[in-house]
Design a protein around this ligand. Structure first.
Ligand code: F0G
Length: 366
């Protein structure tokens, strides 16, 4: 009896306890039907965390929330798109998938392909993929080809390969990726009961900003009085083709996830900026690392590329109107790139310590 009443109270208060994965949760809004085999790792339903420290830093009664998509099953927002892309590939009878990647797409493609029983091939830029991401692609069983070139070159090759051979491309030119990723916007509105004034988001290939905007717009058909956010996209200054409206031949940034010089979704991104009245800006690697460290001090560890959204927010402090509600998207988990964290922190880390109580007490200042 007690258990039963507890259970009903629990499920009432925590409606998402038995979260089925985002396709099942949002199937009304997605191009799936009964024939679609749903390949899921229960992605989505990631936390929207209120950041007291950032809100205080911004002042003016601003409320800042972090959409922590690094808590998806493979540690990045790519899982949202990949559950859709792989489910649809399977529905269409495809047996192999391919992608170019700065790391996260390859990890997600490999995981969902493994789950769905498909073969996966990934092309990555040699030397510019964080360790955690590479480990994932290898463990999930992808065939990994590390090329002597950058992401843009890898993407050109996989696009041609998928045109020529029976391999499905799962980069964000695949429309199902955008469909899956738009659900993050739904979750934000479901959590807040409104859309934020600004959505701050890092941009690489610009698939995610396109997806969020699509999601907000679709929800505004359901919630007629939803006021759409200004879409604020941020790139690293060494790799800012959308900010400067150019092709960057040799993109360079510590945020390897967004080390992209010629985004395939350029035109869609431009339209998002225009329609939303938003802005695209560059942040330096130093600003990215400062934001990365700032977030960790509030207990939120994201990867460097994700911190670009917060670096951008901080840069715009003087433009933010009083009482604004802002969401910064944290696209990937900090554990993806342990090398960057170990090189860039302010921790006290003493090594080679003699293991005696007396010695350690002294080192700790007691
Ligand atoms: N943040 C992270 C952690 C990413 O991995 C990416 C893209 C982005 C932001 C940018 O998203 O491309 O939709 O604008 N990573 C891709 C990859 C390119 O291969 O993992 P976008």
């Amino acid at each position: 009896m007690i258990l039963k009443s507890l259970k009903s109270k629990f499920s009432k208060n925590y409606k998402k306890k038995n979260w089925p994965g985002l396709i099942e949760a949002y199937k009304k809004y997605l191009p799936v039907d009964k024939k679609t085999p749903i390949i899921t790792l229960k992605e989505g339903n990631t936390p929207l965390i209120f950041s007291e420290k950032l809100s205080n830093l911004m002042g003016n009664n601003t409320k800042i929330y972090l959409k922590y998509d690094g808590l998806n099953p493979t540690g990045s927002f790519k899982d949202r798109g990949m559950t859709m892309a792989i489910s649809k590939a399977k529905e269409e009878g495809c047996e192999a998938v391919i992608c170019a990647s700065t790391g996260n797409t390859s990890a997600a493609a490999a995981a969902y392909a493994a789950r769905g029983g498909l073969k996966s091939y990934v092309l990555i830029p040699d030397g510019f993929v964080a360790q955690g991401k590479l480990a994932q692609a290898l463990m999930y069983g992808a065939e990994v080809l590390s090329i002597k070139g950058n992401f843009d070159e890898a993407l050109e090759i996989v696009r041609e390969l998928s045109d020529k051979y029976p391999i499905t491309l799962v980069n964000s030119v695949n429309p199902y990726r955008i469909e899956g990723q738009k659900t993050a916007a739904f979750e934000i509105v479901d959590d807040l009961s409104f859309a934020p004034d600004w959505l701050c988001i890092p941009m690489g290939n610009a698939g995610n900003i396109t997806a969020y905007w699509k999601g907000f717009k679709e929800y505004s058909k359901k919630y007629k009085n939803l006021i759409l956010p200004k879409m604020m996209g941020f790139q690293s200054s060494g790799s800012a083709p959308l900010v400067n409206n150019i092709v960057v031949k040799e993109p360079d940034t510590i945020a390897t996830a967004i080390r992209i010089g010629n985004p395939v979704n350029r035109d869609k991104a431009k339209l998002v900026k225009k329609e939303s009245g938003g802005d695209f800006q560059a942040v330096t690697d130093t600003e990215i690392i400062n934001a990365y460290k700032f977030l960790a001090k509030e207990g939120v560890f994201c990867e460097p590329a994700s911190a670009a959204s917060v670096a951008g927010l901080i840069k715009n402090k003087n433009r933010i109107k009083k009482d604004s509600k802002i969401v910064c998207v944290l696209t990937g988990n900090g554990l993806k790139d342990p090398d960057c964290a170990i090189k860039n922190n302010d921790a006290i880390f003493q090594k080679n310590i003699e293991p005696s109580l007396k010695n350690i007490s002294k080192k700790l200042g007691y």
